[in-house]
Ligand binder design. Sequence first.
Ligand code: SAH
Length: 285
Amino acid sequence: MNFHVMTLFPEMIEQGLSNSITGRAKDKGYISFNAINIRDYSADYKHHKVDDYTYGGGAGMLMQAQPIYDCFQAINEEIKKNSDSAPRVIYVTPQGRVFNQSMAQELAREENLIFLCGHYEGVDERVLEEIVTDYISIGDYVLTGGELPAMVMIDAISRLVPGVLNNDESAMTESFNNNLLEYPQYSRPEEWMGKKVPAILLSGDHKKVDEWRLEQSIIRTKERRPDLYEKWLAENPPKPEKPKRKRRKKSAAAETTDNADINSQTEAGGIAAEACESENNEEKK
Ligand code: SAH
């Protein structure tokens, strides 16, 4: 996966991504990042000017079309040498679709990605129309430039590229996979400030541990991100309730939770059924 970043501050990108996991992934060749200074493509050879006032008036400067277009052409020519498919060109902007994990997963399948980082008031609309394939925001707030958003996206995409994380599985069980947040986790010591690690995690019973983790993920998602929980519920509809005499006994996993709402069943369907009951069995559309 090759990331090409058009920016006025290439050192921000290089310094920001050269440490820790992304830095190691780059050194090992799983990913590459190429930060290109748009200023190098300014037609103004004397001052390397890249911005100007906006037509119609208004505060602030706007990045001009020509240096960005020429910078893009140079990157594209390089990409063409090794790839037949046209790269996606992402303009990071508060006016785009809001970035999320499934977008990261989709983008992680690309061979090359080009990012355009705006600055000041933004970018001349005409060059955006000419080169951009995706408009993506990292949230509903306005930043001073596109470098941090591009780094946020590159970081999230990189860790989904095979080989980048030491353990590929960890990306599969993390938050947002299947619309659930990750379960709580604990490390040594077994007791800290009077708080004990839940006994089930020390039991060595992998099946019970998995059940407990799923249960905790569901509780946590319902509490902290009801919007995500609704999506999960729609994909995991509650199983019809079993006749009373066939109901399972309280499991050890369920006993560890102090949530009275969902302590009688451990399977996802059962948990969903109880959650739904408390929501007056709203009909699925
Ligand atoms: N005048 C613009 C904001 C310009 S902010 C407007 O009102 O829409 C300057 C640059 O920072 C933008 O061109 C964009 O590249 C970047 N930026 C700011 N906030 C962002 C966000 N939430 N997500 C992605 N990029 C953002």
